[in-house]
Design a binder for this molecule. Structure first.
Ligand SMILES: [Zn+2]
Length: 90
């Protein structure tokens, strides 16, 4: 059952150019957040595994200090994370 749903979804997504607009990748990170008021988060670069602290409401692009990989981009006052959040700091 589940496999067939995934198969249908893949078929549909490949024929639908709006698929990525509907299923925004950053939604997953936003719903994952347990501390909505946290300001600083520790994130890990998916490319080089470097860990660094970053401001959650960053309004500029945040790049990895080691390899330069983009870790977050501004998204309407809130940063859209492209890296894994390890912990939220108070
Ligand atoms: Zn990196």
């Amino acid at each position: 059952m589940f496999k067939e749903v995934v198969k249908e979804l893949k078929k549909w997504s490949s024929n639908n150019e709006n698929f990525n607009k509907i299923f925004k990748p950053q939604t997953r990170f936003e719903t994952m957040k347990s501390e909505p008021d946290s300001k600083f988060v520790k994130i890990r670069c998916p490319k080089c595994k470097n860990e660094q602290i970053f401001f959650d409401k960053a309004t500029i692009k945040v790049a990895c200090i080691v390899c330069g990989n983009i870790l977050a981009e501004p998204n309407g006052g809130k940063a859209a994370l492209k890296a894994r959040v390890l912990e939220a700091l108070q």
